[in-house]
Design a binder for this molecule. Structure first.
Ligand code: M6R
Length: 368
């Protein structure tokens, strides 16, 4: 049942190319335009939206952070991302022109469910992104985008996360199509890039032996930091969460630009710092990230860098370098998170922990 793998988690990591492909299946109409059959909100209802609030917990929250970057960039609609457990208790401003997007792999997370119930009492429309057909959250939502990861058994979310990202990109592109904020050609181009992702993820999975070796070198580590910027920032947070959950290690993710505002004080000789390097582009993201890497390295950190193929600038500052396929910055989380999943899985295995059933955790958190 684990297809020859030691853990469900490992099996699920390797299923990600298929899960991503399945979550993209049937999304184009005969005219090639994007269609979402469980959308159930009319084009007019979608055009009337002036604000989006994404609510979720844990890994799903990090998918929501990526969604914010994508939706604001492609659709120019303001997006807030909020932890479901905080949302209901702060008297959020909601009305009929606010779309609430609930992201939940299980569809049963109590915090998220209570949050959407509250949103509906305020006349907001609720759209669920969910992996579990017929679960409570989609049943209580106005519209659903189902992900097609298949059952996720490992407590640590992996293929659930990647397919949530896919659903978030599809939602962003769909809104851009309906609102006309992007030309059809551009939407088509991004859809094409998404459709090429399973192949790109396969390339990253082929690097598993290198990532495993790196993970095993770090069994003695007491603490690991993760740095990212832009869409790589939620990836850093997710990498840290995986390591906490599975290896019971102190792990923290930071936005690289925040280093000098405090976290750099944590850096000491030999501290492993995993750096998600943005693709080289017209913006300054890549160079800013490089200077962050230089700063931690100058203070003795051991820099483990994930950077795109052909990025030679990073090499002199990387103690270890894992190569990612070249993809646009907004889509980079789909490839960048995979080595971090493999890293946490292998490190926890090397420490002798139960990867599929980490202590104190449940797969679906049905109490608030
Ligand atoms: O089923 P959900 O997506 O609503 O679950 C949310 C979190 O409980 C979940 O992502 C949790 O953080 C995972 N254990 C992360 O690996």
């Amino acid at each position: 049942e684990k297809d020859g793998h030691d853990w469900f988690m490992r099996k699920e990591i390797f299923e990600q190319p298929r899960a991503v492909a399945d979550s993209l299946l049937g999304r184009r109409g005969v005219d090639g335009r994007l269609q979402l059959d469980e959308m159930r909100l009319s084009d007019q209802e979608l055009r009337d939206i002036t604000k989006i609030i994404i609510i979720a917990c844990g890994t799903s929250f990090y998918a929501g952070m990526v969604a914010k970057y994508a939706i604001e960039h492609w659709c120019r609609i303001p997006v807030e991302v909020e932890l479901a457990s905080e949302f209901r208790y702060r008297d959020p401003i909601l009305d009929y022109s606010t779309l609430v997007v609930a992201i939940s792999q299980s569809g049963e997370t109590a915090d998220t469910l209570q949050a959407i119930r509250h949103a509906r009492t305020q006349r907001s429309k609720v759209l669920a992104i969910c992996n579990t057909n017929g679960s409570t959250i989609p049943r209580e939502s106005d519209a659903v985008i189902y992900t097609h990861a298949g059952p996720e058994i490992g407590v640590a979310s992996t293929k659930g996360f990647l397919t949530q990202l896919v659903a978030c990109y599809l939602l962003a592109l769909y809104l851009a199509q309906v609102k006309g904020t992007r030309f059809g050609d551009e939407i088509d181009q991004v859809l094409g890039q998404l459709e090429a992702m399973p192949e790109q993820i396969e390339k990253v999975l082929a690097l598993a032996p290198d990532v495993y070796a790196l993970a095993r070198e770090h069994v003695q580590s007491r603490s690991v930091l993760f740095l990212g910027r832009h869409a790589g920032y939620p990836v850093a947070l997710e990498g840290a969460l995986k390591l906490k959950e599975l290896a019971y290690l102190h792990a923290e993710g930071f936005a690289a630009g925040e280093l000098k505002h405090g976290p750099i004080a944590l850096v000491e000789e030999g501290l492993p710092v995993l750096c998600v390097v943005p693709p080289r582009g017209r913006d300054q993201l890549h160079d800013k990230m490089l200077s962050g890497i230089q700063e931690v390295r100058a203070r003795g950190a051991r820099t483990l860098c994930l950077a795109e193929e052909g990025d030679e600038q990073v090499a002199p500052y990387a103690d270890e370098l894992i190569r990612l396929p070249r993809v646009p910055v907004l889509l980079q989380p789909l490839v960048a998170v995979v080595p971090l999943q493999l890293f946490a899985c292998e490190l926890a295995t090397a420490l002798g922990y139960d990867v599929d059933q980490p202590r104190n955790l449940a797969k679906s958190v049905t109490v608030e």
